[in-house]
Design a protein around this ligand. Structure first.
Ligand code: NI
Ligand code: MN
Length: 227
């Protein structure tokens, strides 16, 4: 069964498999890394890792237009309901739930999560998704390095999306250590080159990480990978 992964730039991801369309952290408006608009995506499900503007982005407009179910931590979905998002599912760290597209567990992330209007966005999260097709994806969200990535790696990760930008998240050296602990089959670097502040040479990083035995895919914004 084919799984299509699209990196829209920054941390915005598209996951398509078994007729499900999922968007993670939809940030199109104001995102210098993409020329796409929020009107061009039609997800059934939207996952939000934390409340920062470069992640919560266009979720309200996309959810209102498409009726997609938005999944995030309890604080963020409660806030989204106040913005007129009708279909939400709140979870929290350590908790998993069997959604139609797979079993989704929230993991912890070392970061902040304040919402754009200053509201409390709870704790930032990552996602561990076991798809209905039998694949396991790890989306850490914005985070610093933490040793429990070793435990997450014990789940057997098929694909991990690793922030490498530095300044706000792990930089290249810590991201290398993250891949070492997670031991995923495939890696896609994210959260870099959006702004000068997080400029990185992803090709150079990928050369190092390939030495760990992972398949590293450096995508251009808008580019897809089929697994
Ligand atoms: Ni952030
Ligand atoms: Mn971010």
């Amino acid at each position: 069964m084919d799984t299509k992964i699209t990196w829209f730039g920054h941390s915005t991801l598209g996951l398509e498999f078994s007729n499900f369309k999922i968007i993670v952290d939809p940030y199109f408006t104001g995102n210098p890394a993409t020329s796409m608009t929020a009107e061009q995506v039609n997800p059934d499900f939207i996952l939000i890792t934390h409340g920062h503007a470069d992640h919560i982005g266009d979720v309200v407009s996309i959810a209102r237009r498409t009726g997609a179910l938005v999944i995030s931590n309890f604080e963020i979905v409660t806030w989204l309901e106040k913005q007129g998002v009708q279909k939400t599912h709140g979870q929290h760290i350590g908790g998993g739930y069997q959604h139609p597209f797979g079993y989704l567990k929230l993991t912890h992330a070392l970061h902040g999560s304040m919402l754009p209007d200053g509201s409390n966005g709870g704790n930032p999260v990552g996602f561990l998704l076991s798809t209905t097709g039998g694949e396991k994806f790890y989306i850490p969200g914005d985070t610093g390095l933490f040793g429990d990535m070793k435990l997450i790696g014990q789940e057997g990760i098929d694909l991990a999306f690793i922030p490498i930008g530095d300044n706000f998240t792990m930089g290249p050296d810590d991201a290398y250590k993250a891949v070492e602990m997670l031991n995923p089959r495939h890696v896609i670097p994210i959260h870099y080159n959006t702004w000068g502040l997080i400029a990185q040479d992803a090709e150079k990083w990928s050369e190092r990480v390939r030495g760990l035995g992972a398949y590293v895919h450096v995508l251009n914004p808008g580019e897809s990978l089929t697994l």
